[in-house]
Ligand binder design. Sequence first.
Ligand code: ADP
Ligand code: MG
Length: 695
Amino acid sequence: MKNVSQEFGSMVFNDSKMQARLPKATYKALQKTVRNGEPLDLSVANVVANAMKDWAVEMGCTHYTHWFQPMTGGTAEKHDSFISPSGDGVIMEFSGKELIKGEPDASSFPSGGIRATFEARGYTTWDPTSPAFIRDGTLYIPTAFCSYTGEVLDKKTPLLRSMERLSSEAVKVLHLLGKTEVNRVATTVGPEQEYFLIDRELYEQRVDLKLCGRTLYGAMAPKGQELEDHYFGSIKTRVAAYMRELDEELWKLGVLAKTKHNEVAPSQHELAPIFTTSNIATDHNELTMEVMRKVAEKHGLVCLLHEKPFAGVNGSGKHNNWSISTDTGENLLDPGKKPEENLQFLLFLSAVVKAVDEYQDLLRITVASAGNDHRLGANEAPPAIISMYLGDDLGALVNSIISGGDYHSRDKERMQTGVDVLADFKKDNSDRNRTSPFAFTGNKFEFRALGSSLNIACPNYMLNTMVADELSGFYDKLSGAEDMEAALKALIRETLTEHRRIIFNGDNYSDEWVEEAARRGLCNYKSLPEAMEHYIDKKNVELFVRNGIVTETEIRARYDIELEHYSKLLNIEALTMLDMAKRDITPSVISFVKELADAVAVKKSVSASLSTAAEEKLLQSLSDKLGQFAEKTEELEQAVAAAAEHTDNLDRAKYYRNTVFALMNELRVLGDSMETETSSDYWPYPSYTELLFGV
Ligand code: ADP
Ligand code: MG
């Protein structure tokens, strides 16, 4: 890419293109919708659609698609061409109606029983707040997705609603505090994305990676991540070429790809963009994951976004950096130089603290997935217990507020390097705490418990909704106060005192914390079924309904979809393990065992004095293990068959977790142990050494 600033956004129908291509009045009307959330007129949409189409056709497009985010977790698209019959030929056409509304046959998208399959109608509606873009000769139009009867069937609609909700509640509070110039507030997100890159040829030989995205068997390589030499290590040529192309493709799509580096595990990497509004950040993160996979194909690689592709080394997560800022350019979570005097900051901080404490279960639920179950609580990702880290300075300030003591903020210290040629610089006021699931990092919160493949819409709409709800409560308490400063101080103190249990600055990986958290009454849901059970708790349903984000029916649908999805995933994994056991592993070990037995017999026939001790020992060991492996295979097979007896979604998910998954782990231990004793000439799959060090 020769000129990044010219090519950035070249595939996006962005603001400058709209300004250049739309009549002034249309542009202004559209801006009102984008900036202020005002409804859009069909006449405006017609003009926009035509300009969009002209641009897309100039860029070589023949098709457009409404791009949406159904409950499957990924994105969905159905392509329509622009052609329209004219005389004996065609012309390229695109109307405002087509831009605004699409009607994909929605019968096969999960709806959690909201719709029967005969009620197939579903609508996609243009989301003008996220710009359209071009990929592979198609114009992509970001949309929201709902059913014929209006039920929300996607992840974007609740996110957009939660953003509006937070904006209106925050604006009300800010107006009380005298900031009447603020009209809108937006949440901002910068998601850091981890991923693995492995060689495509090796990937093709592993049915587990192809079907499940993770290895279901695989003995650990002699070397893992213990030397910590991969973290921030020099980037291999092949990976660097991949990363360069990935950046370029993302830049063309207007994604602010900023940082890239090697992560802790071998073959693991990370990409972080510059933050933007939650809605666009969500679309961009979905795009980033897709482009990551596509670009890998061109380089003979495969990008794995599963949370735990390999046992024994770190899995992949996603850090959701989140903040709130006003249309006047103020970050509401920026403490400023003197946080102790910044009541506005302390009020918003209190709202977040209260929200995270009261809805810690929802935050845990929103990051629950079959993949993430392998990480949370496994000493590599934050634990399944949600708590907040505020850092030393802010932590001390909060303590002084609660105790009524004095607090004086420290000036930033200068860091003295002790080397003349190195410039001294100002230190950050607090160090990082890498173990905290929800950490304050200077002027934003970093929610670190997300799995790498998660659609970030969910954690963000939950976060926005719960904070909006707390702000609404604050507004009610503060409005009408005669002495606003005194009322604010009292409310901040009361809130922080009441919710101090959620603040924890220590080591979240320690056993003491698990005990301490239990004493504090914090929840610790170790797996998806355990967590999901609380999705439909009364207080959670009420939160969403009260704030107009989703209805009770929709929440119940989401609950069912998640549980069903979990059981289906585990079922696929179990079936894949059985398939590998029966058709590959067992026959391979039998062949190798036969070779050993033949070797013993041949040696004995040559001379009774030849030692066959080594062969016999191995023969014995592998024969024993093979027997156990066969028994465990049968046990797992029966357990999978018995799953059908569990008809309730929660009950079935728990059964998969407690019975099927447990047996899968036992089967794997036996399989991996056989791998370490079987000749690599016979073992049917590429080893962890090849997979992790093969690029
Ligand atoms: P870290 O402290 O995790 O190393 P950075 O300070 O570089 O990282 O930020 C990590 C991510 O946080 C980046 O994606 C960055 O754009 C994002 N970020 C920074 N400020 C904000 C903000 N106000 N709101 C949301 N995200 C932000
Ligand atoms: Mg970070």
